[in-house]
Design a binder for this molecule. Structure first.
Ligand code: ZN
Ligand code: ZN
Ligand code: FE
Length: 758
């Protein structure tokens, strides 16, 4: 007796070795039929004995490849038609199909063994892959996933590779990125002056020699170029910083193995799991004393960004050098990473001493993701390689397809249709033409890959942002503006599948408030549709506007202007500051010119750093806050009081008493590290107190925390434990960053909910 079945599988099922797996499974159960990729699913037909078909359907889920994420399996009995021996059929392209695209996957352990096995035909081959690993998103032009729709189309498999591809028992059966030294991408190395070394081994050795001698290497990776130097060579690191115009922002370090990582950093089990996972993000970990890496990697900080090699090329290079390597994005400061060979040669010529290039085109620009572990759980700081473009769900499905263009800094965009939201990888700060071009090409790619034609555009309520102009240029008749901090809270609600109401605490640098001032430390009684501002930090003028974020002393001056009686106490905050600049800032405050009022948690951290004497000027946004966190470490702390008062039903947290106490204790010679710890504890205490006041009157018992200030692990831990102790249920960012990388998703969540209720 024979039964027959048609099966449709949805989810992340292409680019993860799913068809070869189905083929093996069908053979094991002696079933006839076929499997093929559709545009929105994997389609299967099987015929055989009834118990075998049942077992096949069960194991389709239970034994799916590790990288697959099955969302739905639909099976339908059909009349047997005498299908032939089980086969993998060509893909079908359907107009409306839509499905996830696999992120790139770090090289698997099988490929790693082959890469370093002198008897293997892929020994030392920088582009080794199999169905379990390798580039996906960065090489895919459109779906369904087949070689002809990837940048691997330029490389025709040789007979040995083709034999693997055709052999159902081979690990590379239907591996679309399959190649070898004979037929695959080529590697070459040179200084950019026509001295190219074209053999792969010689190219790697040339690049390694350059690094060993302290040179700066530009290498073409998976989603763009990296700049590399020997991480143990302080002079080389300083040279890289000078040429890249990256004064102090921390640099990530790559090693090959977890053991090597442990020589540099203290690594917890949760951090080890993140480091070795197939996503291979950069993970912030505690730097070990005497680690032997250059001090210039993360000045003023106690954590360092570490990552394990994730492509065969990185493995070969780190292996050949035999030392940890700085791996930072291949760009001049603030620009997007270079992806093309010619582009990189132009843009990086004044930075790099040598170039390690290859000829596999990069379809998608894709930065390294950055994570850290807080309270034993991973949190995202930058979401890109390994995570994007996996979709998230919206808390309320959108009745019409939409695009949310995100914020000004740390931009991402989100395309949404129905209940699904595709959040782009990290795009960058929309402050130059290159990043703008990156935004546009990535948006085009997402529209093509996921076949979404947005009817509505969602933007920030700030009218001056470049993203607002982009929104206008899209020419869509429907535009929805979402307040920045509401978007932060909606993003946290949304990723937890909740709609509120909740007491939202949004702490960040600044965003446009809806009262004409800058907001950045907000207590919002919010649901996914709307909000009411029920509390905030006492606003202070920020002389110089956005420049205040790079000059903590300006933030201190802003607070001082509220209570001039503290002039003597705050004096250390302005030591060494150019008197003329100081005078200009004072006048800006006095006359109310270019000194917007801001209730910003970021600026409060800046003011505290200046007053404690940690930092009066910063070379990157958030530097003062990161250093305060590093300084505080895990030392015990005391809370200082803040003042609370209520004005028209809105609670105001006044941090001036706290700043004054810090200043007074410092003038009596207190250890800045203790003051930093006390500052964190006091902010957490004051915030928890604000939540108790604002939430209880509104009758909400859940709190959502969002905004870039919650990248600070000490602040987050301290606040969450206080709130939980008081009986609140606390939602924190998990799959998206706390920072503005989550804004576009929050905008989409708000707009969808508004449209659904309209
Ligand atoms: Zn592999
Ligand atoms: Zn080959
Ligand atoms: Fe923000």
């Amino acid at each position: 007796m024979t039964t027959a079945c048609r099966v449709w599988v949805t989810g992340l099922v292409q680019g993860v070795g799913f068809r070869p797996f189905v083929h093996r499974l069908a053979m094991r159960h002696h079933l006839d039929g076929w499997v093929r990729n559709g545009s929105g699913d994997v389609q299967i037909a099987v015929e055989g004995s009834p118990p075998e078909v049942v077992a096949f359907l069960e194991e389709l889920r239970s034994e799916a490849p590790p990288l697959a994420r099955i969302e739905g399996v639909t099976a339908e009995s059909v009349i047997p038609e005498g299908l032939g021996q089980f086969a993998i059929l060509p893909s079908t392209v359907e107009a409306n199909g839509r499905q996830p695209v696999s992120p790139d996957v770090a090289m698997c352990s099988h490929c790693e063994v082959e890469l370093f096995d002198p008897t293997n035909r892929r020994f030392g081959y920088g582009f080794i892959t199999c169905t379990d690993c390798g580039p996906r998103f960065t090489v895919i032009q459109t779906m369904p996933y087949d070689r002809e729709r990837t940048s691997m189309v330029a490389f025709q498999q040789c007979s040995a590779c083709q034999a693997e591809y055709d052999d159902p028992s081979n690990r590379r059966h239907h591996s679309e990125t399959n190649s070898c030294p004979r037929c695959g991408p080529r590697l070459w190395f040179g200084t950019g002056h026509g001295d190219w070394t074209a053999r792969s081994r010689a190219a790697i050795l040339g690049a390694a020699e350059l690094l060993t001698q302290g040179g700066i290497l530009a290498l073409r990776g998976l989603g763009g170029f990296h700049l590399a130097v020997d991480a143990t060579d302080g002079e080389a690191v300083s040279r890289l910083r000078a040429r890249k115009r990256r004064e102090a922002k921390p640099l990530a370090v790559m090693v090959r193995t977890l053991d090597q990582a442990r020589q540099i950093a203290e690594i917890t089990p949760a951090e080890a799991a993140l480091l070795t996972g197939s996503e291979r993000p950069i993970v912030l970990v505690g730097l070990r004393a005497g680690a032997g890496v250059a001090l210039q990697l993360a000045p003023g900080l106690t954590q360092i960004g570490l990552l394990l090699a994730y492509t065969p090329l990185h493995h070969l290079l780190v292996h050949a050098v035999g030392r940890p390597l700085v791996m930072t994005s291949g760009n001049a400061s603030e620009e997007p990473i270079a992806t093309g060979n010619d582009e990189a040669m132009q843009r990086l010529l004044g930075i790099a001493d040598g170039f390690l290039l290859h000829d596999r085109e990069i379809v998608q620009r894709y930065d390294d993701s950055v994570m850290r572990v807080v309270r034993d759980r991973p949190v995202v700081l930058r979401r890109a390689r390994g995570y994007a473009p996996m979709p998230l769900q919206l808390p309320v499905p959108t009745p019409r397809p939409l695009v949310a263009v995100g914020p000004h800094l740390k931009n991402t965009f989100t395309l949404a249709e129905g209940g699904t939201a595709w959040v782009s990888q990290h795009i960058g700060d929309l402050e130059n033409l290159e990043t703008l071009a990156h935004f546009r090409s990535a948006l085009d790619a997402y529209r093509r890959l996921f076949r979404i034609d947005p009817e509505i555009v969602v933007r920030d309520s700030h009218s001056g942002y470049l993203s607002t102009r982009i929104a206008a240029e899209m020419g869509l008749s429907s535009v929805i503006a979402v307040q920045h901090h509401h978007a932060h809270i909606a993003a946290v609600l949304g990723e937890h599948g909740e709609t509120g109401p909740v007491l939202g605490v949004a702490f960040d640098g600044t965003g446009a408030g809806d009262d004409g001032t800058s907001w950045g430390a907000e207590f919002l009684l919010a649901d996914v549709r709307g909000y009411r501002r029920v509390g905030h930090l006492r606003p202070a003028p920020m002389p110089g506007g956005d420049r205040a974020s790079r000059t903590p002393w300006r933030a201190a001056l802003g607070y001082l202007s509220l209570e001039p009686g503290y002039t003597d106490l705050f004096e250390p905050a302005f030591r060494g500051v150019d008197p003329l600049e100081l005078e200009v800032a004072r006048r800006q405050i006095d006359r109310g010119v270019n000194a917007p009022l801001a209730s910003s948690m970021g600026r409060l951290f800046d003011a505290a750093a200046a007053i404690i004497g940690v930092r009066r000027t910063a070379s990157y946004e958030g530097q003062a806050a990161m250093e305060l966190e590093a300084l505080a470490g895990r030392r015990p702390a005391t809370e200082y009081p803040a003042h609370f008062h209520e004005v028209d039903g809105c609670w105001i947290l006044d941090p001036l008493p706290l700043l004054a106490t810090l200043a007074a204790r410092r003038s009596r010679g207190a250890d800045p590290a203790n003051l930093a710890a006390d500052f964190h504890a006091s902010v957490a205490w004051g915030t928890a107190e604000m939540v108790r006041r604002t939430a209880s009157s509104a009758g909400v018992t859940a709190v959502a925390l969002g905004g870039g200030s919650f990248q600070n692990a000490r602040l987050l831990e301290s606040l969450v434990s206080r709130l939980e102790f008081s009986g609140f249920r606390v939602l924190t960012p998990r799959r998206l960053p706390a920072n503005d990388g989550a804004i576009s998703y929050g905008q989409a969540a708000v707009a969808a909910a508004l449209l659904a209720s309209a």
